[in-house]
Design a protein around this ligand. Structure first.
Ligand SMILES: Nc1ncnc2c1ncn2[C@@H]1O[C@H](COP(=O)(O)OP(=O)(O)OP(=O)(O)O)[C@@H](O)[C@H]1O
Ligand SMILES: [Mg+2]
Length: 220
């Protein structure tokens, strides 16, 4: 079976003050549908860069990236944005919720970028599973960090994305909130979704079924 996420020969360099820095040097990744994978590596090794490429947010210098067989970088800017919106959900360390929308509206806004329309009922049901039913009409500024991240997780999963990419999603959270989010990722994978999660923390990585480590521009 074709992998859900397939990266082949990914290379990325950045210009720096003392010349070009080659961050990714031919990275290959194949993740099957229904898998939950952790990506580890020291600070600055290129984890966020790789995740951005896997989600179609950043164009690699070389290599191909496919989600569900679709080339993330084919077509014009609009085609790419639509494809990314439909196929990928993102969770970041710093939530990125829309400050002027309520919790429920933030989750409904998942479909603005593409994918399935998120009804109020669907948003509430996602939020309920993350223990957020008492906070539906709050705005992000009225929530704790853990609550904000639970909303971000509900939003990333709500529009039917097949691939969930999370960049240190538990980095700012206590253990209880981290556990709620890791349980949600486990459930998402169990229902056929694919999760790739960057983390620095070994116990967090241990919750995933598989671990990759990025070192010297390659995966081990
Ligand atoms: N836009 C950019 N321009 C120039 N260099 C960059 C840019 N983005 C990242 N880099 C460099 O690329 C390297 C990898 O960055 P990246 O953010 O992918 O690392 P990371 O593994 O996610 O680190 P951390 O664990 O600290 O988040 C770093 O050395 C960084 O300085
Ligand atoms: Mg990073």
């Amino acid at each position: 079976m074709e992998p859900l996420l397939q990266l082949q020969g990914i290379c990325k360099e950045y210009p720096g003050p003392s010349g070009i820095v080659s961050v990714l040097r031919g990275v290959d990744v194949a993740l099957s549908a229904g898998s939950f994978t952790a990506l580890l590596g020291s600070s600055g090794c290129g984890k966020s860069t790789l995740l951005s490429i896997a989600g179609g947010l950043l164009t690699p210098d070389a290599g191909t990236a496919k989600v569900n067989g679709e080339d993330l970088f084919a077509g014009n800017v609009r085609d790419r944005a639509r494809r990314r919106g439909r196929l990928v959900g993102f969770v970041f360390q710093r939530f990125h919720l829309l400050p002027y929308l309520t919790v429920e509206e933030n989750v409904m806004a998942a479909s603005l970028g593409g994918g399935e329309r998120v009804t109020a009922e669907a948003a509430r049901s996602r939020l309920d599973r993350l223990g957020m039913t008492e906070r539906l009409h709050h705005r992000p500024g009225q929530l704790s960090a853990g609550e904000q991240q639970r909303v971000a997780v509900a939003r990333a999963m709500a529009h039917g994305a097949k691939l969930l990419l999370a960049d240190e999603p538990t980095g700012n959270l206590d253990e209880e909130n981290a556990a709620i989010i890791l349980d949600a990722f486990t459930d998402f994978a169990a229902s056929g979704g694919t999760v790739l999660m960057v983390t620095h923390e070994r116990p967090v990585a241990a919750r995933a079924g598989k671990e990759y480590r990025l070192k010297d521009g390659a995966l081990i």
